[in-house]
Design a protein around this ligand. Sequence first.
Ligand code: PLZ
Length: 445
Amino acid sequence: MDIVQERRLLTEIPGPRSRELQRRKLASVSAGVGVGLPAYITRAGGGVLVDVDGNQLIDFGSGIAVTTVGNAAPRVVERVQRQAAELTHTCFMVTPYEGYLEVCEALAELTPGDHAKRSALFNSGAEAVENAVKIARAATGRQAVVAFEHGYHGRTNLTMALTAKSMPYKAGFGPFSPEIYRAPMAYPLRWPGGAQACAEEAFEAFAGTVRTQVGADRVAAVVVEPIQGEGGFIVPPAGWLRRVADFCREHGIVLIADEIQTGFCRTGDWFACDHDGVVPDLITTAKGMAGGLPLAAVTGRAEIMDAVHAGGLGGTYGGNPVACAAALGAIETMRTENLCARAREIETLFRHRLEKLRHRYGAIAEIRGRGAMLAMELTAGAGDLTPNPGATAAINASCHRQGLVTLTAGTFGNVFRFLPPLTAPDHLLQEGLDLIEQAFQEHLG
Ligand code: PLZ
C-alpha cells in the first residue's frame, strides 16, 4: 500500500479538476445515474481515496460495503494481474476453468451450516437475488415470495418488486413482478408496541401476513437481510430471525438470507446469520466477496440448488475468471488478516465515540448495527421520533466538504451510516470520527 494513510486537502472538495469532470458527466452520463460526492477518484488504498486534484479523502463507505479488504488490496491485485494476463474469459457454460470451482468450494466452506452445498455465480447482487428466487420456485413448485418492509434487494424488475422503498428505486418503473408480498419488519426503534415487544409481535405480524394474505403452502421463499442495509442498518431483536427460519422450515418455505451487504466479515462474523445461529437454505453474496470486482453468488442446500434443470441458470459473464481470482485474493486476505476480528475491533472504536455523541445530541435516537456496519438514526429531537432527513443530509455534506466519504440510508433518509474498509488504520478512523463530531457541532450546535 503506497498511499500514505492520511487525509490531505489541497483544494476545496470537489476541486477544480473534479468539477470539470462533473461537467463532462452531465453531458455524457444519464441523469438517472446519481453521484453522491462528485470528487473523481484516481487511486485508492487502505482507507484513503485520492482524487484528481490530489486530495486524499478518508473512506467511510467502501464503495457501499465492497472494499472490505481495502481498495486495490495487494492479494487481490496480484491475483487479478496474473489472471488477466493468462485468461480473461471463456464463459463457464461453454468451457469451464478452475477458479469458478475454487470460489464455490470456498463459499461451501464459509457459509453457515455443514450440509452439502452448491453455488452458482453471477455478476451483481440483484442478479444473485433474482436467481435465488428462480431456484426456490423451481425447487418448491410454488410462486409467492415474501419480503420485508424497509428491505433492499436490487434494481432489476424482480428485485425492485422485492425492494420496499419507492423513491428513488421504483418510482415510475412499474409494473412490477407479481406474487411478491411484504411483511412488517422487526424495527425495534419504530415498533408501535415498543422495542421490548418487537421480537414477539413482529414475528406474529410476519406469520399472520403469510397465513392470511398469501397462504403458507403457496410461499416459495422468504427473502430477508439479517441486518437491513439500504433500509437503515435495522437490526432485528435477538431471536426474531430464528423464529422466521423455524416458521419457514415448518411450512416448506425456502429461507433466502440476502447477505450481499452484511457478508464476508463486515459484521464481525463471516456472515450475519452466524451471529443469530441461523442456517438459511439459500444465501446470496456479492460486494465484499471480490474486493471490488463484480461477482455475486447464490449458495445453498444441494437438493434445492440441484432442483433446477441443466441450463436453467447462467449468463455470459457469471463467475468471470478475473472476478473469481479477485474473490480468492479477497478471501485469503480476510483469513490471513483475521478481518472478522478487525470488524469487531472497529465496532468498539466507533461505538465509544458515537455513544458520546448520542449523549450530547438528542437528535440521535439510536446507534445501531454490528461490526464495521454501524449507523445513527437522526430524529427531530429527544423523545420525538419524527425523521430528520434535513440534518442527516447537511451533516453528510459537511463531512464530504472536509474530505470524509460518508453515506446515508434509510426509508426516511435519516440514517447516517458507516462502512469503513476493515484495513483502515485506527488513526484514520479516529480522524474521520473527529470530522463527524465537527459536522454535528456545525449543524446541531
Ligand atoms: N441486496 C442487501 O445491499 C446493494 C445499492 C446501491 P447490486 N446495495 C447497494 C444502489 O443504490 O444501487 C444490495 C444490497 C442487498 C442486494 C443488493 C443489490 O446488489 O450488486 O447493487 O445489484
